[in-house]
Design a protein around this ligand. Structure first.
Ligand code: AOF
Ligand code: ZN
Length: 359
């Protein structure tokens, strides 16, 4: 099948799904995914697993070679423009040219100034066809580019400003409560919603809370899934009063807990420091004061509102009234969902089986 005759977005969506798995684990590098295709068939696939490891294109080419396929004349789909200057690893443009691939397609240009918009020239000079979908007229390709931009939004912000991308998550009831009269915040959202936001923690670099949340809730701030091993926790405090026996200071991940005394530069100073340390994506999980201060300082890039279908009123959380049906009407001008912290709608996890199904 010639490329023009098939829906190539299938391959890019697979590459995006691979990249998504790397979100939160590659700092200060971008999460990137790639697949190698010939004759409409995926020969190999890969992703950038962590800083210092193979770039996605190289990982995908190695996987195809390992499975006994020749790369000659294949098409490589990669979520980000291939790098053209050697850094921690050799330049991917050189590796693609040396392998003799016929065509390279990427979803978005590299926001890193050292690589931006150089790949097309370099690859073409090596006789390789190229295509970037960032400005495609085709809506499916544009949707892929949009998703790719969302996945690297934290990297793009960090590489341009040295500041991390900040997501604020707030869970509240229909009557706008984030906790009950006793300050119980734990059970506002359902177990399913808490699992979903737990998975969110696997996609970011740092979970941030205010000292009040540590004093009051003693949260673990880890993902309850598998991928905790590089997640940091940060507490911001004005008073410096923090309970030394809190979970975040005593559990197995305590080495990865950072405390920031908020100084004259406010929270901006804290974020700047986190950016300097290489963190690209900070998820703020409470409390309300921290969210408000971040908003007031203009530091928030993305809001996630979890709206629990219940009315808490003035009683304890146990006597909240549950609601069967809620219509949520985003206010005018609203509100793009699924930006940096969610798997964009167009990527169903089901598609991750393409390779297996072909065998
Ligand atoms: C990645 N993974 O899959 C791709 C990247 O310092 P280096 O050699 O690891 O290069 C990092 C740069 O390479 C990064 O800023 C980005 O511009 C480009 N592409 N990086 O870490 C990948 N494709
Ligand atoms: Zn590269």
């Amino acid at each position: 099948m010639r490329p023009a005759e098939m829906d190539e977005t299938v391959f890019m969506r697979r590459a995006l799904a691979l990249a998504f798995r790397s979100c939160g684990h590659t700092r200060p590098n971008p999460p990137v995914g790639a697949v190698v295709v010939k004759g409409g068939r995926i020969l190999g696939e890969g992703r950038h697993v962590r800083c210092g490891a193979d770039h996605a294109e190289v990982a995908a080419m190695k996987s195809a070679t390992r499975r006994g396929f020749s790369l000659r004349g294949s098409t490589v789909y990669v979520t980000l423009e291939p790098c053209s200057r050697p850094g921690r690893v050799g330049a991917c443009c050189d590796a693609l040219a040396a392998a003799g691939v016929g065509r390279v397609v990427w979803a978005v240009p590299d926001p890193n100034p050292k690589n931006a918009s150089r790949a097309a020239r370099i690859l073409r000079r090596a006789g390789i066809d190229t295509d970037c979908w960032a400005r495609s007229r085709d809506s499916g390709r544009r949707a892929c580019a949009e998703a790719a931009r969302g996945l690297i939004a934290p990297f793009a912000k960090h590489v341009a400003t040295a500041m991390p991308f900040v997501t604020v998550k707030l869970a509240m009831s229909l009557d706008g409560r984030i906790c009950d009269e006793k300050g119980n915040a734990r059970w506002v959202s359902s177990a399913a919603a808490r699992r979903a936001t737990g998975r969110l923690r696997e996609r970011v670099d740092v979970i941030m809370v205010g000292a009040g949340t540590v004093r009051h809730d003693d949260p673990s701030l880890l993902s309850h899934g598998r991928r905790n091993d590089d997640l940091f926790r940060a507490v911001v405090t004005r008073s410096g009063r923090l309970p030394p026996d809190a979970q975040i200071f005593t559990d197995a991940a305590r080495e990865r807990t950072l405390v920031f005394k908020v100084g004259g530069e406010g929270l901006r100073g804290v974020m700047r420091r986190l950016g300097e340390l290489g963190f690209m994506h900070v998820l703020c999980e409470g409390g309300l004061e921290l969210a408000r201060s971040l908003a007031a300082e203009g530091l928030v890039d993305e809001w996630i509102a979890v709206i629990a279908p219940k009315v808490i009123g003035h009683g304890p959380i146990g006597s909240a009234v549950s609601v069967e049906k809620v219509t949520i009407l985003p206010d005018e001008g609203a509100i793009a969902g699924g930006f940096a912290s969610e798997l964009p709608g167009l990527l169903s996890e089901g598609e991750s089986d393409i390779l297996r199904n072909q065998q």
